[in-house]
Design a protein. Structure first.
Length: 257
């Protein structure tokens, strides 16, 4: 398996500022007649204006509900022993929709340049242009280090219609990461979709589908887990669009230690 990163797109926003001008003319003097006597004006009491209360701040109920759900999710993983702290920060990720067509290769869109322990959650939907593709699907690549065939290393996890592919790539060669417990077998019928969570914490990793732990993995203590993290697509066919992946409701949590 090999990696090919997409270049980011930089958007340039131009801001135009308009200055308004005003002018006035001096009045022309005119002749006036002598003033006549007029009665003195009487003062009129003006009622005190009433105070308008400031507008109340409407809470962002969607953001509040989302924060509560995310915190509950992290608390659940803490209670289960997958992580040892609930102190951390969340990052909401943009929805993702891409396709990739190169047989038995994966390509990655980076999210973070340097990250070690994390919890990623999102809703995956994927499809293949072939009815009988090689393993293919949505996934994540993490601990990306180095460049070139002889210097590049990473871990990658892909959700296929029939299995979880947990791989370690090193020096141009990829091999499966053995599970500590659970199963690598799954079964999805069209439409292909699932709530996907990947936990990487203190050299342990967990794959959770639709709230259920599918596999637990023990990573070598000698491995450097810190590195870049990205969303990835593994293509099992060269046909047409190859493999299409859509990820929504995605968020990333990293601990504060």
């Amino acid at each position: 398996m090999k990696l090919k990163n997409k270049a980011p797109i930089v958007l340039i926003i131009a801001v135009l500022m308009l200055n308004a001008c005003s002018f006035s003319a001096e009045p022309t003097p005119t002749a006036t007649s002598a003033p006549t006597s007029t009665p003195a004006a009487t003062s009129t009491k003006t009622p005190t204006p009433t105070k308008t209360p400031p507008p109340t701040i409407t809470p962002n109920l969607t953001a509040t509900r989302r924060s509560e759900e995310w915190n509950a999710e992290i608390q659940r993983y803490f209670d289960e022993g997958y992580i040892d702290t609930t102190k951390g920060k969340f990052k909401k990720l943009d929805d993702f929709s891409e396709a990739w067509a190169q047989l038995n290769w994966y390509t990655t869109w980076p999210l973070e340049t340097a990250i070690e322990d994390f919890v990623f959650s999102g809703h995956f939907e994927w499809s293949s242009a072939s009815k009988t593709p090689n393993p293919s699907g949505c996934g994540l690549v993490y601990a990306m280090q180095g460049e070139g065939r002889d210097g590049y290393k990473d871990y990658s996890v892909f959700l296929d219609r029939a299995q979880i592919l947990y791989l370690r790539t090193e020096f141009g060669h990829g091999f499966r990461v053995g599970k500590t417990r659970g199963t690598t077998t799954v079964k999805f019928d069209d439409p292909l979709e699932a709530d996907f969570t990947l936990i990487v914490y203190d050299h342990y990793s967990y794959v959770i589908l639709n709230g259920e732990v599918i596999g637990e993995y023990t990573l070598p203590q000698s491995d450097l887990i810190e590195g870049a993290l990205g969303i990835s697509i593994l293509s099992g066919t060269n046909k047409d669009y190859g493999t299409r992946c859509e990820i929504t409701n995605a968020h990333l949590w990293t601990p504060i230690k």
